[in-house]
Write a protein that binds this ligand. Structure first.
Ligand code: AMP
Ligand code: MG
Length: 326
């Protein structure tokens, strides 16, 4: 077996199971009128359930590895949350029939918060607001060794597979291994394709992607930058790290994330960028912060040495960094 084969197989299995759990919860508890609902319990149940499954599968195969994931089970263990815990356990049992509520809490709590030489970082549902809107979200897993992302997986259950058919079949699994490949496939491992970024050289031909949520990025600043670069195509607003996949497959040439004026000093979380960044890089793209610095996954949960994010097809990177300076 090749080096990292077991990591790749395990991470894919975990991401696929977690996304099936999330889709099931979405279907059962959100239905079609999601936008009108302010009840966040479906995302809470899915978040915990997804993390329980992923942590269990990773820990089983790699007992020595550190796991750094977004959730912990502290609140879930409180008696007032027993109703939620019961629901989480019910959904997890579809994948792990013997799971008890106690197991579920202990699997979630495999997660720790201190970086080691080799660790997994997990976002059980990236883009929770997209999930609640029945829009884009992702299950994100990455393996980091000595600060370098080695493996990244993004499962995007609601993302169309064919960029020429946005209304066509949905469900994309993005997988990248450092120095080896960046691919997209469906959830059964079919329709496999090697990803490569766009070849666009002239900024006016570029399409940009950005967050949907105005609190997560400075849309006005992005628009001004687009105007400066003579980019006239409307931005693709997409929740979650699916944006990295969209750049990796050449659908957009830029992903910009300038901190929103509502929180200008915001520091990104490692689980929001580790998986996505390797998927874009191994497809030929470039990923830095908005000052051109490489992303630093070695200093803790928060990326304190970075500010904002710029992802490009590589060719356009310098010209966008220059435009960002003024
Ligand atoms: P997106 O779907 O690209 O809008 O990003 C979703 C992620 O944004 C979530 O996983 C959060 O961790 C992160 N986030 C939360 N608050 C902020 C903020 N003020 N600025 C930037 N990102 C944020
Ligand atoms: Mg996230």
């Amino acid at each position: 077996m090749d080096k990292y084969s077991l990591e790749v197989i395990t991470a894919i299995e975990a991401a696929v199971q977690a996304s099936e759990l999330c889709q099931k919860i979405r279907k059962d508890l959100i239905g079609e009128e999601s936008i009108l609902k302010s009840d966040r319990s479906p995302v809470t149940i899915a978040d915990y359930g997804s993390q329980a499954i992923v942590c269990k599968l990773i820990r089983e195969k790699f007992p020595e590895d550190t796991i750094i994931a977004e959730e912990d089970a502290k609140e879930l263990r409180e008696p007032v949350r027993s109703n939620i815990l019961e629901k989480v356990t019910h959904y997890v049992r579809a994948f792990i029939p013997t799971a008890s509520s106690k197991d579920v809490c202990s699997w979630i709590d495999f997660s720790s918060d201190s970086i080691t030489d080799r660790f997994w970082t997990i976002d059980p549902i990236d883009g929770t607001k997209g999930f609640l809107r029945s829009d884009q979200y992702a299950i994100a897993l990455a393996l980091v060794e000595k600060g370098v992302v080695i493996l990244g997986i993004l499962a995007c259950p609601n993302l169309y597979a064919d960029i020429h058919q946005p209304l066509g079949e949905k469900g994309c699994l993005f997988v990248a291994l450092r120095g080896k490949f960046s691919i997209q496939m469906d959830f059964k491992g079919g329709s496999k394709q090697t990803l490569s970024v766009s070849k666009i050289k002239n900024p006016p031909e570029a399409t940009m992607t950005e967050s949907v949520e105005p609190d997560h990025a400075d849309h006005l600043f992005h628009q001004r930058l687009a105007e400066k670069l003579n980019i006239s195509k409307p931005s693709l607003r997409i929740d979650s790290q699916a944006k990295y996949g969209v750049v990796a497959r050449g659908e957009a040439s830029l992903y910009l994330r300038v901190p929103s004026p509502s929180d200008p000093g915001y520091k990104e979380n490692i689980w929001d960028h580790a998986a996505g960044s390797i998927i874009a890089e191994e497809a030929g793209g470039k990923v830095t912060d908005i000052l051109g610095r490489p992303l630093d996954f070695s200093c803790g949960i928060k990326m304190i040495k970075n500010h904002g994010i710029l992802v490009s097809n590589g060719i356009l990177h310098e010209v966008v960094l220059e435009a960002l300076k003024i």
